[in-house]
Each structure stands twice: as structure tokens, then as C-alpha cells.
Design a protein. Structure first.
Length: 294
């Protein structure tokens, strides 16, 4: 059975961008699309149906919302099999449950209500930390410059061997017939001047060399399981990992980062790098659990 792309919608502009991204992903991957609206029957802005059907007006509005979303997908991507569902429960709980049977879950970075003005809504942050499949958070506003077609960026961590995030990123680049940019950040020792080029034999040069060797090892192991012929570029850059990744994601279609399953807690450990890129990256960000096997 082909697992669907699940997208959460709430009627906001941000969720429409997420819906369009999810529809394009479903079309490219030849997967079904499942539209989900979950709410504890909150009140919505805009037009209220006037027909007296015996159902709560909020439920009628929710059904109208997902129906409009389904029609939008059918217009934009007529080849995609799409279903829509309304769930009267907490959005995070509903989408976490959906993630058990999804290829990925997509949502916008901003929602309705009090969290609408935040760079990343509470639903997106909570879902990224609890999902059982990759979560893609789509920025509420488009980038200033169009993305390079097919470009996917992935952050390479200290983990030995290819991470689930790296495997997912390679598959995403291959499905786009594009290229993968593998980014490894490294830090210069604090006592050295930041503006100086690392000298041969210096501590900074040793740090850079270890970062390069680690990246080669990871990509070598990744290539052994890849037969797509996807072009992989290497980027070893000095600086804080979150800053390096945000800058590298300029012009990308997707930025991929990983998240570790925490022991003793039912969720993922989102580190400062995950938080930073989810808030500030100019392109959609995929957070991939380290337990994800595709």
C-alpha cells in the first residue's frame, strides 16, 4: 500500500502554500494526498454558511474548508488521488496519529489565531518534535528569488554513516531529477582569529580536515545504496551549523535536517539547529526522525 502525503490545513494563507507544495510532492512521487483539518471546533473568520442543518456551524465551515482544499488540488494536480477529512480534535494529536501511516506530513509555518504572527506556529513545532515520519514545514511567504529546480540541501551531522535525513534528502533530489548539496559545518577553535585562513598544521586546519574526511565517509556509504546517478556536491563550511545551513538553503527547493529520538521521552529531540532552520530558512524544511526507514 502506498502511504499518502498528509497535509494539514486551517484556511490560512500559509496552509494554502503548504497544500500546493504537498500536491506537487504527491504528483511527483505518484502518491495519494490526504487533506486533514483538525480543530476543537474553534470559530473561524470569514463567511458562515446560513443553512440550518442541525450541525454546529464550525463543523460546516470545516467541511467547507477541506472541500475547497480538495477542489483546489483537483484543479492544480488533476492526476493526484485526493481525499479530505475533518477531525474534531487537537491538531497536533491528530497529525501525530496521521504520521504513523504517512509518507510525510506537510503544514505551513503560520496558522490562524494567536499564533498567526509567529514565524513558526506551535502546531508545526510540536508536530516536528513528535512525528513518526518526515515533517515538511513550508514558509508562509515565497522566497525573494525562485529556487534552482531540483536543488536539495542536507545537513550532515556528527553521526557515523548516512543518517535517515541524508537518505531522505538523496531520494528527494533523485525524485526531482536534481542535485544534492551535502553541507558539513565546522567550528574554528575560539582562540584563533575568525578572519584568518587556516594554516597547514594549525588546530583550525585539523578541524577542517576532519570535517572533510567525515563528509567523504558519509557520502561514500550513501553512494553505495544509490543507483539514481544523482549529482552530489560537497560543502565544508566554517561557522555555526544553523547559520551555514540557512545560507546554503538560499535558492534550494528543500532543506533537510535530522532529529534524534530521545530516550525516556515520547518524542524527538529538536536541537538548536532544527529550531533555527525551522524559523528562518527561506525554503521548505524537512525534519526527518533518525528512526525513519522510508
Amino acid at each position: 500500500m502506498r502511504l499518502p502525503v498528509v497535509v494539514g490545513v486551517d484556511g490560512s494563507e500559509g496552509s494554502l502554500r503548504a497544500l500546493d507544495w504537498a500536491a506537487a510532492e504527491a504528483a511527483r512521487s505518484r502518491l495519494p494526498l490526504r487533506i486533514v483539518h483538525a480543530s476543537l471546533w474553534e470559530h473561524y473568520e470569514g463567511l458562515r454558511p446560513t443553512a440550518d442543518s442541525g450541525r454546529p456551524p464550525e463543523q460546516i465551515l470545516a467541511e467547507h474548508l477541506v472541500g475547497s482544499a480538495r477542489d483546489r488540488v483537483r484543479d492544480l494536480s488533476p492526476g493526484v488521488s485526493v481525499v479530505a477529512d475533518v477531525q474534531p480534535e487537537d491538531p497536533v494529536a491528530a497529525l501525530v496519529r496521521e504520521s504513523h501511516e504517512a509518507a510525510l506530513v506537510v503544514l505551513g509555518s503560520r496558522g490562524r489565531g494567536r499564533i498567526a504572527g509567529m514565524l513558526l506556529g506551535s502546531v508545526g513545532l510540536a508536530l516536528a518534535g513528535r512525528s513518526h515520519c518526515p515533517v515538511v514545514v513550508v514558509p508562509a511567504t515565497p522566497p525573494l528569488a525562485p529556487a534552482e529546480p531540483g536543488r536539495v540541501v542536507v545537513g550532515i551531522s556528527d553521526a557515523t554513516g548516512p543518517s535517515a535525513a541524508a537518505v531522505f534528502a538523496l531520494a528527494q533530489a533523485a525524485s526531482r531529477h536534481g542535485e544534492l548539496i551535502a553541507v558539513r559545518a565546522w567550528r574554528r577553535p575560539a582562540h584563533e582569529f575568525l578572519s584568518r585562513t587556516p594554516l597547514p598544521g594549525s588546530p583550525a586546519s585539523a578541524h577542517r580536515r576532519r570535517a572533510e574526511e567525515h563528509l567523504e565517509e558519509v557520502l561514500g556509504a550513501l553512494a553505495e545504496r544509490d543507483d539514481s546517478g544523482t549529482v552530489v556536491h560537497r560543502s565544508v563550511t566554517q561557522g555555526p551549523a544553523h547559520q551555514v545551513l540557512i545560507e546554503a538553503s538560499e535558492g534550494a527547493e528543500l532543506l533537510v535536517v535530522g532529529a534524534r529520538r530521545s530516550s525516556g521521552w515520547h518524542g524527538l529531540q529538536l536541537g538548536p539547529v532544527d529550531h533555527a532552520v525551522l524559523h528562518y530558512a527561506p525554503c521548505p524544511v524537512a525534519v526527518v526522525p533518525d528512526t525513519y526507514q522510508g
